[in-house]
Design a protein around this ligand. Structure first.
Ligand SMILES: Cc1cc2nc3c(=O)[nH]c(=O)nc-3n(C[C@H](O)[C@H](O)[C@H](O)COP(=O)(O)O)c2cc1C
Length: 213
């Protein structure tokens, strides 16, 4: 097997100049996401959510971005999960997108809150029935004896939920309101382009700084 320390590649896809950047990071995110979707980046809406629990222990996992606008970035999950418990103790989090095909990384840091019941319910109803059943079957991140137990619970719910699957109370939408963004474009010889946007206190103005690679 190839030595992991010898695995490397040059990043030559494109560059990111100060003059290319939108004044607001949300617009910049939209431009890059459009390019990622048009450029057939696989799983472009998959993002890592990094949290820190009440004891200061960080943890990270991937979820799917479902909505984003000036109010924030939304994903859906189970409040009983490890991330749900961490966010209840400490609402600070960071989202991370890695778009390999475009040699791009985006970090979005901020504070997370729940979205409204109405918005959560509307999204839950839009999901395929099997996904609704899975959400209702699972107490996410809790141990279970066997796969068979999980499947039995799923089947029982499928039978008893003839009309509509009831959304578990703990299944909800989470929204991160950004305070800072970073856009990273890989460049040759590891001299990458990095720009950070930070929101000026109590204003709608964003400070843009180039960061050293
Ligand atoms: C591509 C991909 C998409 C995922 N999407 C979600 C999602 O939207 N919501 C979610 O709760 N978990 C999602 N997961 C599972 C999470 O990564 C994780 O296993 C789960 O949320 C439990 O995490 P926790 O124990 O840290 O809370 C996804 C995993 C992958 C690999």
């Amino acid at each position: 097997m190839e030595q992991t320390r010898d695995i490397r590649r040059e990043y030559t896809f494109t560059q990111l100049r100060r003059a290319d950047l939108a004044a607001r990071p949300l617009q910049q995110f939209e431009v890059w996401l459009q390019q990622a979707l048009a450029g057939a980046v696989e799983d472009a809406t998959a993002m890592t959510v990094a949290t820190v629990d009440g004891a200061g222990q960080p943890s990270a996992r991937i979820v799917l971005l479902k909505e984003f606008d000036q109010h924030g970035f939304v994903w859906f999950s189970d409040a009983r999960s490890e991330k749900g418990q961490a966010l209840a103790a400490n609402p600070k989090a960071e989202l991370l997108f890695y778009w390999r095909e475009m040699e791009r990384q985006i970090r979005i840091r901020g504070t997370v809150s729940r979205i409204s019941e109405a918005q959560t319910e509307a999204y839950f109803r839009s999901r395929p029935r099997a996904s609704q059943l899975a959400a209702a079957t699972s107490v996410q991140s809790q141990p279970i004896e066997s796969r068979a137990q999980l499947e039995a619970r799923f089947s029982a719910l499928e039978q008893s939920s003839k009309d509509q699957v009831t959304r578990p109370d703990a299944w909800r939408g989470f929204c991160l309101v950004p305070e800072a963004y970073e856009f990273w474009q890989g460049r040759e010889s590891r001299l990458h382009d990095r720009f950070r946007y930070r929101q000026m206190l109590d204003s709608d103005t964003w400070l843009i700084e180039r960061l050293q690679p």
